[in-house]
Design a protein around this ligand. Structure first.
Ligand code: AMP
Ligand code: MG
Length: 407
């Protein structure tokens, strides 16, 4: 057995960032920017009002309450051909350009329209600049809106649009194929024959891929048959950036994933000192027709094992393909309090216990989410974290425990 850190380092070593590509803003969320972008124009581009109200000369309001002549109305989007002279005001709407002559805005709540709107009573004195957003208040020409390496959030997409961009260069979003293997697997609602079970790994893993921000490609199910698995993997390697398989990587006689990957790929078969998810295969297969190599994550078949293995190995590796920084690959660990005993026996492995968290007095408190068998997906569904129990006897109630927050 090798340790988690060694196995993960091996996986990460085999994953390199994909090439970059120009994508529409609508497709860029969560991607890593491969270029820096600066604004050419000030943002906002002109001084405008932060409130609905009246644009005034602040000096005119010194003796408030006072009355001013209303010279017109300036809406957002107006080209701004009004001027405000001494003793005058202009009705103005949020976002509209400040008219020449005015240097402040009195919010409408502190005014009263008189004489059918031709005049206005101002109830409060304002100082120059009140409720005015100057040109360039957010960004000056040449200011960066995105730096290379930035993970693009919704607000970054807004900033890019503000900079006049409809597309941006990013590290390409990985296309990840997911394949289930096993003669016992049945898809969908077909009746179960003797010895058969339903394929639950594929929907779970496809969703984990999507939840991590990658494009998921459903490769279906392959029987425990060398030719079928070869065809599935070679076909997938031609159109995916990475492959995730489940099943067939243990010591069973019919573990043909192992046979096939050993023949066509460059794989390492690992026994990792963790529970669940001890067996792990990782390596690369050639992309048919040339064009580099495709990382393959051979995850164990048990439903909880494959999901935990995805969390601990595939997700970090895929994030590396997506251009994430080295310190942004694995889930951050937080300290929590055991709300009940989390018992285990010494076996040389680190245990990842499916737990549910609650926040009590500002601290994470965790309790077992149910049966911890590697076939018991129910507890994983009820869990929102994995408690990390180092080799030993576990944690007593009230003890401190490290947890990886999922989701
Ligand atoms: P294997 O790794 O192929 O030896 O499978 C280990 C266990 O996981 C067996 O009980 C399999 O039936 C089960 N299993 C494998 N693949 C799947 C799957 N796609 N969905 C649900 N269970 C699976
Ligand atoms: Mg199998």
């Amino acid at each position: 057995m090798i340790g988690l850190a060694e196995a993960r380092a091996y996986v990460l070593d085999g994953c390199a960032p994909l090439a970059d590509a120009e994508v529409a803003l609508a497709d860029a969320l969560g991607c890593v920017a491969a270029e820096g972008v600066v604004v050419a124009e000030p943002v906002p581009p002109f001084a405008n009002t932060a409130m609905d109200g009246y644009a005034v000369r602040a000096a005119d309001t010194a003796g408030a309450p006072c009355e001013l002549d209303v010279v017109g109305l300036i809406a957002a989007g107006s080209a701004g051909d009004l001027t405000v002279g001494p003793g005058q005001a202009a009705r103005i709407m949020t976002g509209a350009p400040m008219p020449p002559g005015a240097d402040a805005v009195v919010m409408v709540e502190r005014t009263e329209a008189l004489a059918d709107g031709d005049r206005v009573r101002i109830d409060v004195a304002v100082t120059p600049g009140t409720a005015v957003r100057p040109a360039g208040d957010d960004l000056q020409p040449g200011d960066p809106v995105v730096e290379p390496g930035q993970v693009l959030t919704p607000a970054h997409l807004g900033l890019l649009a503000t900079a006049g961009r409809s597309a941006v260069r990013v590290v390409r979003r990985p296309r990840v194929g997911v394949l289930s293997t096993g003669d016992e697997l049945v898809d969908g609602d077909a009746p179960l024959g003797p010895g058969q079970i339903r394929d639950s790994n594929r929907p779970t893993l496809l969703a984990l891929v999507r939840q991590a921000g990658f494009e998921a490609v459903d490769l279906g199910t392959a029987a425990d048959d060398e030719a079928a698995i070869t065809a599935a993997i070679e076909g997938a390697a031609a159109r995916c950036d990475a492959l995730v398989t489940s099943g067939g990587v243990s010591m069973g006689d019919l573990d043909y994933v192992k046979v096939v990957l050993d023949r066509i790929g460059d794989m390492r078969w690992m026994q990792v000192a963790i529970k669940p998810a001890k067996p792990l295969a990782f390596g690369t297969v050639p992309r048919p027709g040339g064009g580099g190599r495709v990382p393959v994550f051979g995850l164990p078949g048990n439903p909880v094992s494959s999901a935990v293995s995805f969390e601990l190995f595939a997700r970090p590796g895929l994030r590396k393909l997506a251009g994430r920084a080295d310190d942004d690959l694995v889930r951050p660990a937080v300290r929590a309090v055991a709300g009940e005993a989390l018992r285990r026996s010494p076996d040389g492995k680190v245990h990842f216990v499916r737990v549910a968290t609650v926040i009590e007095d500002g601290r994470y408190v965790v309790r077992s989410a149910g049966g911890q068998g590697s076939h018991q997906l129910t507890a994983l569904a009820a869990a929102d974290a994995l408690a990390v129990l180092p080799d030993g006897e576990g944690v007593a109630p009230g003890g401190e425990v490290e947890v990886l927050l999922l989701g």
